[in-house]
Design a protein around this ligand. Structure first.
Ligand SMILES: *Cc1c(COP(=O)(O)O)cnc(C)c1O
Length: 414
């Protein structure tokens, strides 16, 4: 295949494995389950271990099937390198494990995936200070930055309330201040948005969600976009400064985050994710169109008190979303009017399934305060704008009319 041609998103992902040579004519990257790797002789083994020759050492640090997926994700994010992890949380956890030390400070969006919020609480107990700010405002981020700030961490579209961080201006601020900017791109995926375009140094993707899309494998990734100058980062150990500076970050994350932390992606899971990733663009087109249609139906219904979806003109960052993203995403949330029991409503739905995943081919729906945001308590929920009656919908690829009819009849019976 012609490597120089500027192919589109789906063509590139479909054919990416072939760019590095086909094994036994297999059009899909084979699933290599071997944990250990042998070489021609003991000297070559030593040379691979010392990084003098390319090659795999032990399954925890890398594997050919996982590496093929890393290449694919890297192509999607247009990065300089990508590492995969067992889960999205494994990827985020590895950042903190590998890059932060006691006394450091992080500025984080307060609109966060619930487990990332919980991870920050752990980090704080271990001596890293975290300031939670309203990331829709670059001024709030700027005001929180101190001399000790090493990382600014935001999500693109926050789950579940869909607030959108002021992504470009925060990127500009981080660049001026030499701070590592990390963007969790899970809700948008590289099909809707490239964090590299707003100056993110590291990009997180929970591959479990839309990139795999089928809800049958867990996985996560970190992509270095090449935008961050690692010579400005004070926490890189001498060991990882041997190669060019643009490789320092991932070299340290691979060793400290992946090798020592051990949240490694299994080759079987990498295979399942790679199969799903081929149809990412097609699924996103459908789920985004379904989500917009459903958001409009809900907003027009008198039994619905509020709808949060960036594609609606009523969304506070509607214009910004249109400028930043190819489309408005497949996640929305809404509140029913007082007096309508949200559990009864959920139980009336025939197609939408009560479950906690998102980015699945099926429409999944969940009462947020009673499940995924239950542990953090009412006060923190209120600070994140999560009403006790909030319902989150991860919109799937069902036929649009079927989906709308399911919600309309559940509302009509309310
Ligand atoms: C799900 C999710 C994660 C974590 O991914 P897992 O694979 O479930 O560990 C991180 N960030 C966001 C925004 C998510 O939606």
């Amino acid at each position: 295949m012609n490597d120089k041609k500027n192919y589109g998103f789906t063509t590139t992902i479909l054919h990416n494995d072939r760019r590095k040579g086909i094994e036994h004519g297999s059009l899909h990257k084979p699933v290599h389950t071997s944990v250990a790797f042998g070489y021609a002789d003991a000297r070559q083994l030593a040379s691979v271990f010392q990084g003098k020759e390319p090659g795999f050492r032990y399954g925890r640090q890398g594997n050919p099937t996982v590496s093929a997926l890393e290449d694919k994700v890297n192509q999607m994010e247009q990065g300089v390198g990508t590492l995969c992890f067992a889960t999205g949380m494994g990827a985020i956890g590895a950042v903190f494990q590998a890059l932060l030390r006691a006394g450091d400070h992080v500025v984080s969006s307060s609109f966060l995936f619930g487990n990332t919020n919980s991870l920050w609480q752990t980090t704080m107990a271990q001596g890293v200070a975290v300031s939670f700010v309203d990331a829709t405002s670059v001024d709030a981020v700027a005001a929180a930055i101190t001399e000790q700030t090493r990382i600014v961490f935001v999500e693109t579209i926050a789950n579940p309330r869909t607030q959108i961080a002021d992504l470009a201006r925060i990127g500009e601020l981080c660049r001026e201040r030499g701070i590592l900017y990390i963007v969790d791109n899970t809700m948008t995926t590289p099909y809707l948005f490239l964090p590299k375009a707003v100056g993110a140094g590291l990009v997180v993707n929970a591959l479990t969600k839309s990139i795999a899309g089928h809800g049958m494998a867990l996985g996560g990734s970190l992509t270095d976009t090449g935008a961050y100058d690692w010579t400005k980062f004070p926490n890189i150990y001498e060991n990882y400064k041997k190669a060019a500076a643009k490789q320092w970050g991932l070299a340290q994350i691979r060793a400290k985050g992946l090798r020592d932390f051990g949240a490694s992606l299994a080759p079987e899971a990498a295979h399942h994710i790679a199969v799903g990733a081929e149809t990412l663009a097609l699924r996103m087109e459908r789920t985004c169109a379904n989500a917009l249609a459903l958001a409009r139906l809900l907003e027009a219904d008198e039994r619905v008190a509020a709808v949060y979806y960036p594609g609606l003109a009523s969304h506070p960052q509607h214009k910004l979303a249109g400028e930043l993203f190819r489309s408005y995403g497949s996640l929305l949330s809404f509140e029913l009017k007082d007096g309508i029991d949200c559990f009864d409503f959920l139980n009336r739905l025939q197609l939408a399934i009560p479950a906690s995943n998102l980015g699945d081919t099926r429409t999944l729906i969940i009462p947020v305060a009673h499940t995924i945001f239950y542990e953090m308590g009412a006060e923190r929920r209120a600070s994140m704008g999560i009403a006790e009656s909030l319902i989150r919908v991860s919109v799937g690829i069902e036929d649009t009319d079927d989906l709308l009819a399911d919600f309309a009849s559940a509302l009509n019976a309310s």
